[in-house]
Write a protein of this length. Structure first.
Ligand code: ADP
Ligand code: MG
Length: 746
């Protein structure tokens, strides 16, 4: 190397580097992992079979049927099943039955559970007990306490709404999502799912718009069903089955990493020598401690009536997935929140931490939450089931075409509802769908729509049989289309799968978007068909052919069955005029697009004010997230990584000096590199601080842009220097658990 410093004969200072103790939290963490013994006793499924556990802690319809007067039960069931108005006069009776049931299960308190715009779950607990005036206490729970609560609205983000209106907020009982008991070693709590609104009736939460959008979808779907002669009016509900991906790491590592602890993701960390390139983790055998955790988790969720079904390893080391069977969208959303809470809670019991961040580890696959979505009713079943011969299934084709049109027309909204700081690390990074929204239809349906375009569909590609060439294996019916993992919005046989959703998100936003855009499309289809047929059913077929042809001609550009990761697709998508909104500050302004404002207010899902409050809140959340990460980056660079690097530098320098004293040569190659990297770390940290200090007073969007375009890149170069140091600095001086340790020690 050119700039070797020659030793000047002086006595080296700081020669005590070798006496500095090895990085103790890391070693302690590893020791704790290897000596780990489960704190929870093994579960005995023979004692209580899983079937008996299911819904054991839920104030379900079955419990209500047993405990409520027949008339009252019927009224509640009617609201749940048909979406009709709730009769408020029954509340006192339901409350009494609910209280008795809860007290039998050990409850001392009740809580209105609600879902603020942070995407988290909030609870306000109140005791059942009230003083009776004679020195004793009575357990009380009235209808009005069941129906309405009043948490302090000012502690939750409300965007613009808070600025102009009072902070007062109300929680309102959602009878369609059953109450349940949450257990704690010291007692249990009756939890009541609620909507959260301001005193002017504006939605401050994620649940209210879900309910409104389901109502809008039902209304428009009924019009289509009427045209096809189905006039029973059975409620059409949107259905959702979310697949939750997550990471598990040992708790000791978690607490030794301020970035994981505070930001939920690592801001530093060199890639391990062995990552996921061997593809040996996906669907691999589940490690014992992890399986014990999963079984416990599933048991807890079973008790809460969450129908968890699937579990497996995911692509990255340390990554797993849990998926319930699909349910009505509102219930699925509440249950999804319970799944995230339960994953975190149970992981602790097993000495682990569940990471639901979209990208906890750089260079390793991130986590998504595929939201499977469809719509159906008790009399019609799944409206997106094509049957064996979709070309003959006009009703299916109408619903499917409505979805195609909706996704094409409202790509921007669909992109905006998955825009978060965490998800930005995933979308478009060749491990998750690109930021371009498109639909994968599969060969069979693409062919049917091609035929429609050419004048009429007369055949469907057969499904065929899969033969493996081994006599002992039975032939299998083959799916009509292959899978495509690169598509953000894929038809998967009888539903669409929205894959761009982030693992840490509430699924409410994506569901609101899907329900509402499809409601608008069904409205359009129904209006066109009603006009063309003028009430004469014999004219339906001709009208339909015309409508479907128009839709596929105007909106077919959204269909793409190829590789969504490829360069060519990005070029082609641009030619097709599809949006490519790469980051959150690019995507969120879609929430303020005139057509989106018009859409959501027309179908009474979100008023202009409510939408604006969401836009502001999400921008603010983005900025706060990046700000915290930037501060952490500076802090860790200065107080953990820099000290470790200079200790090592000092060690090398004193070795060099000592060797030269006794006449040996010392190759200063490593010392030079460390010295250069230490300088790089200092310079980049200073540059990051400068970027953070830059004031932007041109509003929230400009602020977010600054965080995206200046602060994030500045963080990335600090990390680059630090990660290079990690590869050089003596392992026993490195203060942070490494990727290798966190991902592979279980
Ligand atoms: P994958 O093969 O995509 O990993 P999984 O079995 O993990 O599939 O998850 C598929 C999800 O799709 C499940 O939650 C399942 O219940 C859900 N699903 C199935 N049918 C429907 C439907 N009609 N509407 C909504 N979700 C559905
Ligand atoms: Mg899956």
């Amino acid at each position: 190397m050119s700039n070797k410093k020659s030793y000047d004969g002086g006595v080296p200072t700081g020669g005590g580097a070798t006496s500095i103790p090895a990085s103790s939290p890391r070693m302690a963490a590893i020791a704790a992992v290897t000596n780990y013994k489960p704190s929870a006793p093994p579960m005995n499924f023979l004692e209580t079979p899983a079937q008996q556990l299911f819904s054991a802690n839920v104030f379900s319809k079955a419990v209500m049927r047993d405990r409520l007067p027949k008339k009252v039960y019927k009224a509640v069931a009617k609201t749940i099943e048909t979406g009709s108005k709730l009769d408020p006069s029954i509340a006192d009776i339901v409350a009494l039955a609910m209280k008795d049931w809860a007290i039998e299960k050990g409850a001392t308190h009740y809580a209105h559970v609600f879902y603020p715009l942070t995407g988290l779950t909030a609870e306000k607990h109140d005791s059942f007990l009230t003083p009776d005036g004679a020195g004793g206490a009575l357990a009380e729970f009235s209808g009005s306490q069941l129906i309405q609560g009043e948490p302090d609205g000012s502690s939750f983000p409300t965007g613009g709404i808070r600025a102009t209106f009072e902070a007062r907020g109300y929680t309102i009982w959602d009878v369609t999502s059953p109450a349940y008991i949450l257990e704690n070693p010291n007692g249990t709590t009756l939890c009541i799912p609620t909507a959260f609104v301001s005193w002017t009736g504006e939605a401050l939460d994620k649940k209210t718009p879900v309910l409104r959008s389901m109502q809008a979808l039902n209304k428009q779907a009924q019009r289509i069903l009427n045209l096809f002669g189905h006039t029973d009016g059975a409620l059409v509900s949107s259905t959702a089955g979310p697949e939750q991906e997550y990471f598990l790491i040992d708790r000791n590592f978690f607490f030794a990493r301020p970035d994981l602890l505070t930001a939920g993701r690592t801001l530093f960390g060199a890639p391990p020598p062995k990552g996921q390139q061997f593809d040996d983790h996906y669907f691999g055998a589940i490690p014992e401690r992890v399986l014990a955790f999963m079984l416990d988790c599933e048991r807890e969720l079973f008790k809460l009536g969450v129908p968890v079904k699937t579990r497996h390893n995911e692509v990255a080391p340390g990554q797993y997935e849990i998926a319930p069977t699909f349910e009505s969208a509102n219930l699925a959303t509440d249950h999804q929140q319970l799944i995230m809470i339960t994953l975190r809670k149970v992981a602790e019991k097993y000495g682990m931490v569940c990471l639901t961040h979209e990208k906890p580890f750089g260079g390793v696959n991130g986590s998504g939450k595929h939201v499977n979505w469809s719509m159906g009713s008790s009399s019609q079943g799944n409206l997106l089931d094509p049957g064996d011969t979709p070309h003959e299934n006009a009703q299916f084709l109408t619903f499917c075409a409505a979805v195609i049109r909706a996704v094409h027309k409202h790509q921007g909204l669909l992109r905006a509802v998955v825009a978060t700081a965490g998800n930005d690390h995933r979308l478009g990074a060749n491990e998750a769908p690109p930021a371009i929204i498109s639909i994968f239809l599969g060969d069979q349906l693409t062919d049917v729509f091609e035929q429609i375009k050419a004048g009429g569909a007369s055949s469907s590609l057969p499904k065929g049989t899969l033969t493996v060439g081994v006599d002992v294996l039975p032939p299998l019916p083959k799916d009509a289309g292959d899978r495509n993992r690169t598509s953000p919005f894929a038809f998967t046989g009888n539903r669409f799968e929205f894959r761009a959703v982030g693992s840490n998100q509430s699924i409410a936003g994506p569901l609101v978007a899907m329900n509402t855009i499809v409601a608008e499309s069904l409205d359009y289809c129904a209006t066109e068909l009603e006009k063309a047929t003028g009430g004469d059913p014999s004219k339906l077929n001709e009208a339909l052919q015309k409508l479907l042809t128009t839709i596929i001609n105007e909106h077919g550009a959204i269909i793409f069955n190829g590789n969504g990761y490829s360069e060519e697709w990005h070029a082609e998508a641009a030619e097709r005029g599809l949006l490519n909104l790469k980051t959150t500050p690019d995507a969120l302004p879609q929430l303020q697009a005139p057509e989106v404002i018009e859409l959501l207010s027309k179908y009474e899902v979100l008023s202009e004010r409510e939408l604006e409050s969401r836009y502001e809140t999400y921008l603010e959340q983005y900025c706060l997230t990046v700000e915290v990460e930037a501060k952490l980056t500076v802090e860790m660079a200065k107080t953990m990584i820099f000290p470790a690097a200079v200790r090592y530098q000092n060690l090398l320098a004193s070795t060099c000096a000592n060797l030269k004293l006794v006449g040996y040569e010392f190759d200063t190659d490593t010392l030079d590199k460390v010295t250069a990297l230490v300088k790089e770390l200092q310079d980049t940290t200073a540059a990051l601080e400068a970027a953070m200090a830059e004031e932007t007073d041109e509003g929230a969007l400009a602020h977010a842009r600054h965080h995206c375009d200046a602060v994030k890149p500045a963080m990335a170069v600090v990390r680059e220097a630090a990660d290079k140091l990690e590869g050089i600095v003596s392992d026993d001086l490195w203060p942070l658990p490494t990727y290798q340790e966190m991902l592979f020690i279980k």
